[in-house]
Design a protein around this ligand. Structure first.
Ligand code: CMC
Length: 431
């Protein structure tokens, strides 16, 4: 099949400029406009990157119209049914499913890098008692390069690999430490005999005063949630990691930038916002009045957990999580959870409402994830940190991919300037 070709015509001069198309394996091609300014003296204008590919990547593919999500080519539904978070982490990092030996080696490496430097742990003492866990995570991860000097040379593939394992292994320890700080409980050291999610639950919920048994149902539910959240192509936080990383900064700083970006309510902060919203709605009878406010542009209120920049049909992750939600609540004996009932009714009413249909707004991954977190006993302000733990895999993989790409350059968008025209300085006395 011939390569698609595009050209741009300057309507004033009739001059034609050819724009080569960059084609991938799946999805729409991207027009290569890198020489546009040189050839035509214009930039492209796309605030919010609604139609701009910032890179090419072989990690994740999304078809937003069909509701398809592939990690390294594997449909997320198959992975959620048959795989595990740690296997998917390997897949995302390495591009292929591991053999039994490769999985064992990888899992062992992650298991044995869980501790954080004691001085780094003491950072938590310096935070105010009610600091948001995301604020603590951003600060602590941003400080990691001060402790792990042997992994700051991003040009060295071996250092990159050690960084990747270290980051994925330590992020649950950091998230759990932020949780303990917030609740004024003593820090709980990791247990390397536990799997990834069981260890996180242990570090969050165990206390020195009494024994703690990890609930396997809770660990499994968390494992599936984490698997679904590992990566999601060039979302805001991943793009932030890439942009920061493109400057050559140390990788921990790039991940800290990603954590900061994830925190926003339009992105990873939405799972926390959904629970707050459900709490405010309070009961099924208040849904119509709440939806009226959402539809009123002047109210500034959005239906949190609904809508997505890419998915305009349905979010496949939301479907899986919705099913999981029922299973988890049933197995944890929380069958009649009122929040779930409220969420399902809200979903039902919104999906049959003209506004949401016309705007192609469907529940996204965050609409249901908070309900599962809540059922697992995880407090609302830890929802986004949970997302950050899982997404660390995607951030690391994207950073690694960019670092291994010899053609990668610093990210530096242009702008259309709308400020004052050139003018002369007026001395203070004359203003
Ligand atoms: N509630 C009400 N109206 C909405 C919503 C919503 N949740 N989302 C979009 N719209 C409307 C918006 O008002 C606009 O209407 P109009 O064309 O009449 O002016 C139209 O839909 C397009 O909105 P947009 O903001 O241009 O769409 P976007 O693709 O830039 O935004 C989004 C995507 C996720 C930021 C947005 O849908 C949103 O704010 N959703 C709520 C927050 C949320 O759940 N975020 C989690 C996203 S999934 C997980 C993640 O990425 O971390």
């Amino acid at each position: 099949m011939a390569e698609p070709s595009y050209s741009l015509v300057n309507n004033s001069t009739g001059e034609k400029i050819d724009l080569p198309a960059v084609t991938g394996t799946l999805g729409a091609p991207g027009l290569d406009v890198r020489q546009l300014y040189r050839d035509a003296g214009v930039f492209t204008y796309d605030p919010g990157f609604k139609a701009t590919c910032s890179c090419s990547s072989a990690i994740t593919f999304i078809d937003g119209e069909k509701g398809v999500l592939l990690f390294r080519g594997y449909p997320v539904e198959q992975l959620a049914e048959k795989s595990s978070f740690i296997e998917v982490a390997y897949l995302i990092l390495h591009g292929e499913l591991p053999t039994a030996t490769q999985l064992e080696v990888f899992d062992h490496s992650i298991h044995t890098h869980t501790m954080i430097n004691e001085a780094l742990r003491r950072f938590f003492d310096g935070f105010h008692y009610d600091a948001h866990p995301m604020a603590m995570m951003t600060g602590v991860v941003g400080s990691m390069s001060a402790f792990y000097h042997d992994t700051t040379n991003s040009k060295d593939p071996k250092q990159r690999e050690i960084f990747a394992h270290r980051m994925i292994a330590k992020i649950p320890t950091i998230a759990a430490a932020a949780y303990k700080k917030y609740f004024g409980q003593p820090f709980v050291y990791p247990r390397n005999d536990l799997d990834y999610c069981s260890n996180l639950l242990h570090m969050m919920f165990a206390v020195p005063a009494e024994p703690y048994e990890v609930d396997p149902v809770a660990a499994k539910a968390l494992d599936i949630l984490f698997m679904l959240h590992t990566d999601h192509e060039q979302n805001a936080s991943t793009s932030t990691v890439r942009l920061a990383g493109s400057t050559g900064c140390n990788p921990y700083a790039a991940i800290a930038a990603g954590i900061a970006a994830l925190w926003g309510p339009a992105h990873g902060g939405a799972n926390e916002a959904v629970l707050k919203m459900l709490g405010e709605i309070g009961s099924v009878k208040n849904i119509p009045a709440f939806l009226d406010k959402v539809k009123d542009k002047n109210s500034g209120i959005r239906l949190m957990g609904f809508g997505h920049r890419v998915y305009k049909n349905f979010d496949p992750r939301a479907r899986i999580i919705r099913d999981q939600c029922h299973k988890v609540l049933e197995r944890l004996g929380d069958k009649n959870d009122q929040l779930l009932e409220l969420a399902m009714k809200l979903e039902e009413i919104a999906l049959s409402d003209d506004y949401f249909v016309a705007h192609k707004l469907y529940p996204n991954v965050d609409f249901y994830s908070g309900i599962i977190y809540k059922a697992l006993g995880i407090p609302t302000n830890m929802f986004t940190p949970m997302f950050a733990v899982a997404r660390t895999v995607g951030w690391v993989a994207n950073w690694m991919e960019m670092m291994a790409d010899p053609t990668a350059v610093i990210g530096r968008p242009r702008q259309v300037y709308t400020g004052a025209d050139t003018r002369n300085y007026i001395p203070l006395a004359k203003r």
